[in-house]
Design a binder for this molecule. Structure first.
Ligand code: DAH
Length: 366
């Protein structure tokens, strides 16, 4: 009995003195562990007569209980102290400036999309979106390209194996033009939207990637004519390239969804091996470069989109975003756009704090 009392006293003292969780665990093994003296003492109860057991059990049980309580309390105290110590060690000073931390940058394509939205918002255009996984009705048929139209084959389309519930082919949209159809069907006329986004074609070399970016424009209203189209694009390019001497040439062309159709060329010169937009393409040292397609929306397209061509007219255009980004910011390899190389991004990317605004300029450099 005295033995247990003094052993318990010693154990409680050792627990109180433990300065680490390891030391505490060693003490637990020595007392309550399988081979610890408390456990062995409890086992001896089995071999005793009932009278002996009644006499010996309370002391052993109370030793076990007081040691278990002391271990628990000490464990809690040591863990709390360890947490305190860790919290003190790992403080972060939130008042320090963030410049020392590694920072991300805005991809030129995202930057140019923000610039487009800002400039066209000022001209009264809303930003519209449509699905990248399209059906062939929106991507082709409603744009006046039926199943047998040769332009379908020219689009190098990625098709999915399945069809929609209505039996339409499912594909990755090959251009942003289906957003014209979706917008007209959803909101009717009048309408003034741009639709920037990803498009896909099975094509890949230094100037083509299987995924690239376009921006679609659509204006539907009454008495709209080609003059509105030319003014709108000219005003946009002046704001985008931040120069007044932008000269556009509309060259007759063909697209199934516009009639008449024109290709939009811009005058440029070459300075230090780099193309610089500006000036008249026929002026000395200048030439014309194609920037996109456009035209008056074909009456058939208006009908597919549920509008009466006798009442409504409009123009549409499509521009390659990657192309105009390369021109504006002097990048020459399209593939680098989509490599995700942090060195390229550090060089050509933009500060997230440089939001394009009309008042501060849409072309702020990183
Ligand atoms: N969707 C055409 C393409 O990807 C580009 C285009 C041309 C869009 C003329 C238009 C347009 O809206 O009017 O090749």
């Amino acid at each position: 009995m005295t033995d247990i009392t003094s052993q318990t006293k010693a154990a409680l003292a050792a627990i109180a003195a433990a300065t680490s969780l390891d030391a505490l665990e060693a003490e637990r093994l020595e007392t309550l562990g399988k081979k610890g003296w408390v456990s062995l003492a409890l086992k001896t109860l089995g071999g005793m007569s009932p009278e002996e057991r009644t006499a010996a059990a309370p002391a052993i049980q109370s030793a076990r209980a007081s040691i278990a309580d002391a271990l628990d309390a000490k464990k809690g105290a040591l863990e709390a102290a360890a947490l305190e110590e860790q919290l003190a060690r790992e403080t972060v000073d939130l008042t320090l400036p963030a410049v020392a931390a590694p920072k991300g940058s805005v991809h030129p394509v995202s930057q140019v999309m923000d610039e487009l939205a800002e400039i066209f918002a000022d001209l009264g255009f809303a930003v519209a979106t449509g699905p990248e996984i399209e059906d062939d009705w929106h991507n082709f048929t409603a744009l006046n390209m039926d199943e047998t139209h040769p332009a379908r084959a020219m689009h190098d389309t990625f098709y999915f194996p399945d069809k929609t519930g209505e039996g339409r082919e499912i594909l990755l949209r090959t251009h942003t033009s289906p957003v014209q159809i979706r917008s007209m069907l959803a909101q009717g006329a009048p309408i003034r939207i741009i639709a920037p986004g990803r498009v896909y074609r099975s094509d890949s070399d230094a100037t083509h990637t299987p995924m690239f970016h376009q921006v679609e424009g659509l204006v539907i209203d009454k008495d709209i004519h080609l003059g509105h189209l030319k003014w709108t694009l000219e005003t946009f390019f002046k704001a985008f390239f931040e120069r007044e001497d932008i000269t556009l040439r509309l060259r007759p062309s063909y697209f199934p969804f516009t009639e008449p159709s024109v290709e939009v060329d811009v005058g440029y010169s070459t300075e230090g091996g780099r193309r610089v937009v500006g000036g008249h393409g026929d002026a000395p040292g200048h030439a014309w470069m194609e920037l996109g397609g456009s035209g008056m929306v074909n009456a058939r397209v208006l009908e597919f989109a549920g509008l009466d061509p006798a009442e409504w007219q409009g123009f549409a255009f499509g521009l390659g975003i990657d192309r105009i980004a390369m021109l504006k910011y002097g990048m020459n390899d399209l593939r680098a756009f989509f490599d995700g190389d942090p060195r390229w991004l550090a060089h050509y990317g933009f500060s997230p704090f440089d939001q394009p605004t009309l008042s501060a300029g849409v072309g702020a450099k990183a």
